[in-house]
Unconditional design. Structure first.
Length: 282
């Protein structure tokens, strides 16, 4: 994966290859050979993804909400009702890494059902890195659901770390009780789940590095409430066509939420964009 923005060229990541010797008995390539130059530049621009997607230092003290989405070049967040067909190998690497860097993965109940969510899988070497950084070995999944409409037998709940179900008083008590056998159930509102209360509940449990994977309705609620700090967006090189769902859905906002582009990576014609919330929207 290569970096486009910020533009490579710092002393420890040169954007151009160093001069080379002219061809001699050893057959060394010329410095101005465009093929050799491209190869060296590509190697020099290779990205350390852990560094590229590191959370800011303050994220360990207060709630920091990062969203991760993939969309087609024409703005579709799904094909056939699922996001999977949009992503490739590079997107999967970023998807996994963002989970491994987080304290908790926050997702809406509709996405859990449509995508058949399972628990986060963390390989042994990553568990060690997480624990060395003061994180739990495996981040839990936290599900937002106003109705507690989840199947306690779903694969999500077959996990070594109990999921967190963020629901509200209006959810049927029988459903809440059934989920309490397989998850931690937390009330975060009266008739609906209040996003700020949900984040506060996670913060109370030491989960400040929040990664949300949607769906679009939850994403819109967080962003529209000024609670979204960052958007990581993969733009896939395809056109999905009309009638598709985007990365935000629901009632219109009073005004747009402005973001600033801080990073662009590229691999296999996929763009990996990192946006931060504009300072005046903080």
């Amino acid at each position: 994966m290569r970096r486009i923005l910020p533009v490579p060229g710092t002393p420890d990541r040169p954007s151009t290859p160093a001069p080379r010797a002219t061809p001699g008995a050893g057959g060394a390539a010329a410095a101005d050979d465009p093929i050799v130059g491209d190869e060296v530049a590509a190697k020099a621009a290779e990205v350390d993804l852990d560094e590229a997607y590191a959370y800011p230092p303050a994220a360990g003290r207060t709630s920091y909400v990062r969203a991760n989405f993939v969309s087609s070049a024409d703005g579709a967040a799904e094909v056939g009702g699922r996001s999977g067909p949009l992503g490739g190998a590079a997107d999967w690497r970023v998807f996994q890494l963002l989970r491994w860097l987080s304290d908790v993965v926050l997702v809406g109940a509709g996405t859990v059902r449509h995508e058949n969510y399972g628990p986060v899988v963390v390989p042994p070497e990553r568990r060690e890195r997480r624990q060395a950084a003061g994180l739990a070995a495996v981040p839990p999944i936290a599900v937002v659901t106003a109705t507690a409409g989840l199947d306690p037998g779903a694969r999500l709940f077959d996990a070594e770390v109990r999921p967190v179900v963020l629901t509200c008083d209006a959810a049927p008590p029988a459903r809440r009780q059934a989920l309490a056998a397989v998850a931690e159930v937390v009330l975060c509102g009266d008739s609906t789940v209040d996003p700020a209360a949900a984040l506060a509940a996670l913060t109370d449990r030491g989960m400040t590095r929040v990664l949300t994977e949607g769906g679009p309705l939850l994403h819109a609620q967080l962003a529209g409430s000024g609670l979204l700090d960052e958007l990581c967006l993969t733009v896939a090189p395809l056109l999905a066509g009309p009638g598709r769902m985007g990365i935000v859905e629901g009632p219109p906002w009073p005004e747009p939420a402005t973001m600033r582009l801080t990073q662009v990576l590229i691999e296999d014609d996929n763009l990996f964009l990192r946006y931060l919330r504009s300072p005046h929207d903080s």
